[in-house]
Structure formats: structure tokens, C-alpha cells
Design a protein around this ligand. Structure first.
Ligand code: CDP
Length: 234
């Protein structure tokens, strides 16, 4: 039996660390809602690129973030391997979020305070529904610091780039390991050193290195943690 008081699970970690897969599988197993907050920052980035808004223009990008409607739906049996569907102002942009152009610009967009405030507001509203697994960079530190279970999932950058290259190829794209490694390292650098809500584990987060472990193994380990007798806050 899962401990009753755990209704919010915060998962953070660097690019392609396996956190989204672990979060999704964990949510399925627990029958919790799942929110991958990265797709919200990606959606703004996609919309800025699409509308010809300069991603270096903080005011324009912030304005866009405030006005844009982002809807995230569970997958409904689409045959293209998606795990969820993202709409921006009613348009399905699920696969547009995973392009090299979005990868290249998303860390700049997500460094803006106004953009973060708007997204955090929406993410907290989602968290208030309870029974939620939320994944990102600042979930344990900023969005849901009250979450009783916080996980920080890492892996070596070589392994993360290998996984991301494999994912992109499986999605039918040409993907170069060296380019992806450079992108992953560049985003980690920006995400970790930005002024607002930098990527870092919460003081009470449990650190998990996924380098040599499958997502299923990690989910099983987390599930065991949830079944352990209550000690202190956990
Ligand atoms: O899947 P991957 O780890 O490559 O990235 P993601 O989780 O989709 O996040 C894309 C980008 O959004 C990150 O590199 C961060 O710049 C930003 N992000 C953020 O700032 N805060 C979050 N809670 C989630 C993502």
C-alpha cells in the first residue's frame, strides 16, 4: 500500500537524465496525474520561433508567455509514439516541441523571470489538484517545495546524449551524437547558472544516478521507498 500522505512528487534533473520517463511511469503506476513542465517552456519557444519573435527580446517573449494558451492532454491512442499531446492556442504542436531549433533556444526563453512567474503560476494550479507527479528543473525548489517526496535524477552527460540521440532517431530524425552532447551540456550550463530558479536539487531531495539503471528499475526503487514505514516527513 502506498503511504497516504504522499500526494505530490517532485522530480528534477538535467537534460535527458531520464526524469520524464521515470515520472511518467511512476504516475501511471500510482494513478497520479503527470506534468512535464519542460513542455511548457518548449511551447513558448516554439511559438516565439513560429511567430518571428526574437527570443533575445525578453519583453516580447514575456508578453507571449502571458497570452499563450497551452493545453496538455493525455495521449489518446495516436500511433506516433507520443506520451501526451500539447496544443498552443488550439494547434497540436506535440512534435514541434522536440526539434533542434527549440532545443537551441529553450534555455534562453526559460531564463526570463516573467516567463517563469507565469509558468510557475500555471504549474502550481495543476499541483493543487493533488495526486500529481511533476517533472522539471525547479519543481522541488520553487514550484512545489512542499512536496513530501523530491527526487533529483542525474546521469553522465555522455549517457544522456546517447539516450537523446537514440530517442530522436527513433522519432525518425537524423541526430548526431556530438551535436546532441553539445546541446545537452550547453543547456545544463545555462539552466544551472541562470539567476532565477537555477537547476539544483532541493536540500531534502533524494539523488538518483540513472547512468546504469533502467527507468523501470528506478521506478521500482521509488515505489519501494513509498511503501517504507513513515519516518519524519517521508
Ligand atoms: O527533456 P529535456 O530534459 O531535454 O528538457 P525539458 O525538460 O523538456 O526542458 C527544456 C528546457 O526547459 C530546459 O533545458 C530548461 O531550460 C527549461 N525548463 C525550466 O527552466 N524549468 C522547468 N521546470 C522545466 C524546463
Amino acid at each position: 500500500m502506498v503511504k497516504k500522505q504522499i500526494s505530490l512528487i517532485a522530480i528534477d534533473g538535467p537534460a535527458a537524465s531520464g526524469k520524464s520517463t521515470v515520472g511518467r511511469l511512476l504516475a501511471e503506476k500510482l494513478h497520479f496525474l503527470y506534468l512535464d513542465t519542460g513542455c511548457m517552456y518548449r511551447a513558448i519557444t516554439w511559438a516565439a520561433l513560429q511567430r518571428g519573435i526574437d527570443v533575445a527580446d525578453e519583453t516580447a517573449v514575456t508578453q507571449l508567455a502571458r497570452n499563450i494558451q497551452i493545453d496538455i492532454y493525455p495521449a489518446r491512442g495516436e500511433a506516433d509514439g507520443r506520451h501526451y499531446t500539447v496544443h498552443v492556442d488550439g494547434q497540436d504542436i506535440t512534435w514541434g516541441l522536440r526539434t533542434p531549433a527549440v532545443d537551441a533556444n529553450v534555455s534562453q526563453v526559460s531564463s526570463y523571470l516573467g516567463v517563469r512567474r507565469e509558468m510557475v503560476k500555471r504549474q502550481r494550479a495543476f499541483g493543487q489538484r493533488g495526486a500529481v507527479v511533476m517533472v522539471g528543473r525547479d519543481i522541488g525548489t520553487v514550484v512545489m517545495p512542499e512536496a513530501p517526496l523530491k527526487l533529483y535524477i542525474t546521469a553522465s552527460s555522455a549517457e544522456r546524449a546517447r539516450r537523446r540521440t537514440h530517442d530522436r532517431q527513433a522519432q525518425g530524425h537524423t541526430a548526431d551524437y556530438g551535436d546532441i552532447l553539445a546541446d545537452v551540456q550547453r543547456r545544463d550550463e545555462i539552466d544551472s547558472n541562470r539567476e532565477h530558479s537555477p537547476l539544483r536539487p532541493a536540500a531534502d531531495a533524494i539523488l538518483i544516478d540513472s547512468t546504469d539503471r533502467s527507468p523501470v528499475e528506478i521506478v521500482d526503487a521509488i515505489f519501494q521507498m513509498l511503501k517504507e514505514p513513515v519516518n519524519g516527513n517521508r
